[in-house]
Design a protein around this ligand. Structure first.
Ligand SMILES: Cc1cc2nc3c(=O)[nH]c(=O)nc-3n(C[C@H](O)[C@H](O)[C@H](O)COP(=O)(O)O)c2cc1C
Length: 140
């Protein structure tokens, strides 16, 4: 089992890191392969809102570190995302990554006059969000 994690704090050794490491330690102790990457290590362009990826999961921007993130998300059996609260949201860097991932992780079906949104990731079981500040949210 492969557990992939992203620290959305721009600080290494942060509160978010502490929380993520606790979760990943539990997963590793249970036998999982774990990996954590840092938002501050990623180089990528911001989403330009062309919406084309929503049809086919292919981003039209030049390849960058988001491609690597998508490969790991696709491979992961479990995903752990952590981010502090900045002005009521996640830090801008992490939000920019989330925007780039929308068409990669969500499948949009607008047939029958309503939006049906499901996961575009293969074989996903759980996604966990952690935050080192209020609110703390866990999505399954
Ligand atoms: C620019 C900025 C904005 C913040 N805004 C909030 C906020 O709206 N609500 C909150 O509870 N904490 C806020 N904080 C505090 C951080 O969420 C808190 O210090 C967090 O533990 C930092 O996480 P980290 O150590 O993983 O970087 C803010 C911190 C910064 C730097």
């Amino acid at each position: 089992m492969y557990i992939f994690s992203i620290s959305g704090s721009p600080r290494k050794g942060s509160n978010t890191d502490l929380l993520l490491d606790e979760v990943l330690k539990g997963a590793a102790d249970a036998g999982a392969e774990v990996e954590k990457i840092y938002i501050s290590d990623l180089k990528f362009a911001p989403c330009v809102g062309c919406m084309k990826c929503r049809a086919d999961r292919v981003c039209r921007l030049a390849p960058d570190d988001v491609n690597m993130v998508v490969e790991k998300l696709d491979r992961a059996d479990g995903i752990v995302l952590g981010a502090p609260v900045y002005s009521g949201h996640v830090p801008g860097q992490f939000k920019a990554l989330c925007d780039r991932l929308v068409g990669q992780v969500m499948k949009f079906d607008f047939t029958e006059g309503k939006a049906n949104i499901t996961s575009a990731l293969p074989l996903k079981t759980e996604m966990v969000w952690l935050s080192g500040s209020a609110p703390q949210v866990c999505l399954v």
